[in-house]
Design a protein around this ligand. Sequence first.
Ligand SMILES: O=C(O)C(=O)C[C@]1(C(=O)O)C=C[C@@H](O)C=C1
Length: 192
Amino acid sequence: LPEAMASAAPAAVGGVVAAPPSSSLGKLGPLTDLVIERLLVSDDVAASKFGTDSPIEDPAREQQVLDQVRRQAEDLGVDGDAAVAFFRDQITASKVVQKGLFARWTAHPEEAPTTRPDLAEIRRRLDRLTTELLDSLKSTEHIRKKAVACATQLTLATASGAKRERLDALHRQALETATDSVCNPAKPAGHN
Ligand SMILES: O=C(O)C(=O)C[C@]1(C(=O)O)C=C[C@@H](O)C=C1
């Protein structure tokens, strides 16, 4: 986000101005960037619904998302149950963000959005992110299987990503929820 980048003071190193990193650090950086991008899209989802009759929770749409996930995961050779568990966390995290923003905008109407984005268009963005997230789950399978390395890389990636994007407490909490199963690809059924 240009605003966030502009306000981080660049450090001069040997006469060269070092730009802040443009992506989250480490082997799970690309996956974490996509997770953060999806969380930030949740702000737009909330803006599309706030002050309308559309509820935050839409079980039919959730089922549609998870059906797409299972189909595409199996095409990619990613474990379908693990992929669905990961996306259940993405959906839960989106609802954490939306509920938090609804509460904030209700308490402070002056902070509420003044334009209402189109939900259908936002859902097309989410569908494209689904494909990218699945590709990233596939390409990180090797590291995610190693519990200790995965935990280390995930902490590095989420800390650097949250800092770069200047995530507030609400979005940091949602990021934790969203990355809950990243290092547990074979989470037992019943967790959710
Ligand atoms: O598409 C929506 O309406 C959203 O709120 C997004 C989303 C998701 O994360 O995919 C989250 C909650 C809804 O229950 C359905 C889907």
